[in-house]
Design a protein around this ligand. Structure first.
Ligand SMILES: Cc1cc2nc3c(=O)[nH]c(=O)nc-3n(C[C@H](O)[C@H](O)[C@H](O)COP(=O)(O)OP(=O)(O)OC[C@H]3O[C@@H](n4cnc5c(N)ncnc54)[C@H](O)[C@@H]3O)c2cc1C
Length: 296
């Protein structure tokens, strides 16, 4: 593995480096936990890695709360996401996803931007952000920014809408619905072992209910079940208008069946497609049994 590394420290320097290398082969590196594995498998000649880890700018590392929602930089590590009180209290699904990622050591360097941009169907934080219907803030080579809903960000296995001269600078999670009084939120990850393991299947949910317990908005996403993480819109919509705590056994099964319509898993070394579907059905049904644990 042989490549050239450039380490800009300001956004201006970063944009300058992107301009300088725009006609050459380059990749962005954040925590490099995925990138190094990829380059080991498929070495690229004459490659430059633009190392983002020293760009100390709120655009990449800041956390900001507003009435509209919560914005954080793409360079926040899984550890920083995991220990943030605001995220733990308001977006439990993201807290749990960050907490379940890899190991203590990897969480110190693996970034949320890297997790999204690597576009793996098993990305834990990415799956939580799909359930939260987050927006991706994209920075172009000219310094101009744009927003893309995360539900449209992934175009295939390890493929995104990002062009060569664009990068992810931040994530925006919209604030909860004003009438929302109870939130049922969580991340269920099934793997072949407890840590250092990508999911065999995962389910992220973020369900908002009014003071009477009636569901007013729901976000549900599945990981490791299709070429990309999928937003199970029909399943989420099915819950609206129902009381979370009164959802009957038949309604749980109907919800799980609707989640399953988004799954097109494959057989691989870690699990068969049949197993993934069985597990997904069962963990989808089970979220209503965990309500006491997950509501706040
Ligand atoms: C042993 C091991 C265990 C793992 N376990 C898990 C797990 O349990 N769950 C899980 O989800 N993942 C897991 N991973 C994968 C990986 O750690 C995560 O996906 C991590 O979040 C990637 O972040 P990073 O900052 O290291 O990304 P990098 O490796 O730096 O980058 C990943 C990709 O995204 C691109 N990129 C990075 N940042 C940006 C940006 N801001 N804009 C544009 N492109 C960008 C890079 O060019 C590269 O293509 C594991 C990896 C290893 C090695």
């Amino acid at each position: 593995m042989d490549f050239n590394i450039i380490t800009p420290v300001t956004v201006k320097e970063l944009l300058g480096t992107m301009k300088k290398f725009q006609k050459k082969k380059f990749r962005f590196g954040a925590g490099c936990t995925d990138l190094l594995m990829e380059l080991k498998r498929n070495p690229e000649e004459n490659l430059t890695v633009i190392n983002l880890s020293r760009v100390k700018d709120p655009l990449f590392t800041g956390i900001k709360k507003s009435a509209a929602g919560f914005r954080f930089g793409a360079m926040l590590t899984a550890h920083k996401i995991m220990v943030n009180e605001e995220i733990r209290n308001n977006f439990k699904v993201l807290h749990e996803a960050a907490e379940s990622l890899a190991s203590t050591q990897i969480r110190q360097v693996a970034t949320v931007g890297g997790n999204v941009c690597t576009a793996s169907p098993s990305g834990d934080m990415a799956c939580a952000l799909v359930a939260l219907e987050a927006d991706c803030e994209i920075l172009g080579i000219t310094g101009k920014k744009g927003m893309v809903p995360i539900t449209g960000f992934f175009t295939g296995v390890r493929k995104t809408v990002l062009k060569k001269n664009e990068l992810l600078c931040g994530i925006f999670v919209p604030a909860k619905n004003k009438k929302s009084k109870n939130i049922y939120s969580g991340f269920v990850k099934i793997g072949t072992r407890q840590s250092m393991e990508c999911s065999v299947v995962s389910l992220a949910y973020h369900i908002q209910a009014d003071a009477g317990g009636k569901i007013i908005h729901a976000g549900v996403a599945i990981g490791s079940s299709a070429p990309t993480i999928r937003f199970a819109e029909d399943a989420a919509h099915y819950l609206v208008g129902k009381k979370f705590e009164n959802i009957s056994v038949n309604e749980r099964k109907e919800f799980a069946a609707r989640v399953l319509t988004y799954a097109t898993p494959i057989d691989d070394l870690r699990a068969t497609a049949w197993y993934r579907k069985e597990v997904l059905f069962n963990i989808s049904k089970a979220i209503f049994e965990n309500d006491a644990k997950n509501s706040r």
